[in-house]
Design a protein around this ligand. Sequence first.
Ligand code: CUA
Length: 319
Amino acid sequence: MTPVQTPSIFAPVSTPAFAIRELSFFVLGITGVIFVIVAGFAIYTLIRFGRRPANPDLEPAQVYGSKQIELAWTVVPFLIVVVLFLVTARYVWGIERRAQPPDALEITVVGNQWWWEIRYPKLGIVTANEIHVPVSDTARPIPTFLTIQSVDVAHSFWIPQLAGKMDAIPNKTNRVWIEPRQVGTYVGQCAEYCGLQHALMLLVIVVHPKDEFQAWVAAQQTPSVDQAAVTAGRQLFSSLACINCHTVRGTRGNGVFGPDLTHLMSRSTLGAGATRNTPENLRAWVKDPGAFKTGALMPAMKLDDTQLDQLVAYLVTLR
Ligand code: CUA
């Protein structure tokens, strides 16, 4: 797992995120000027009209309304709001009207309590919590268009350095696109409270050089390979409830409620960022997912130590 940067909207690497930063600076500039003026008047007033020795004869000037001042403090803020609205609308429109080019990469992201299913419909790949895309160069851009869905409650898909937030709503399809210009690993997070483990619904997105991305696609497209040494574990996997929820391509397992495990060990975390994906953590996870993620919908399977060892020996072959 590559070191993770702080996901800041001020460190964009993708076209829509650059636009969002530009807009943020514009809005911050205007509101910054307003802040300086208002705070300046407040400080001036505090100093100029602070407590003075009492003088019963001195009455302050009595003001009963002023058309000019009232007009000024109504019209000027109204114009500022209109400018902010129009500029924001222009940026939103600019991002949303981008048509999907025929060679764009297509990904479907499905929010689940509490993990992300990641599908590549044209490539026949299904994975979880980890998105892989090619880098897009300015000369010949390869944007990625993401379809955002949910199977249960409202979630929100957000990778701050790549694009704005997009809600994942049951029975509705939303779209968002990215165009990362820099190879690297970026992080994201569900941005809409969706239940107990909302905080553990993390995302990793890996932006590869083009050939490296092709290699990743080829690896993900291969079905699982049977290894004679782990037959016991594989049989255990297909005889238990595992296959009701999990798919391992090339076996009887074709459940869809939980993450696809065909290339489980190619992913860096377990439980959508709950812990690192190591054989030891995997064993502890299968033993009791609740130990890492209270309320996780995967039940503890009540396996004995031998069964756990066999099952994990099999799962770690899913690379
Ligand atoms: Cu899904 Cu918060």
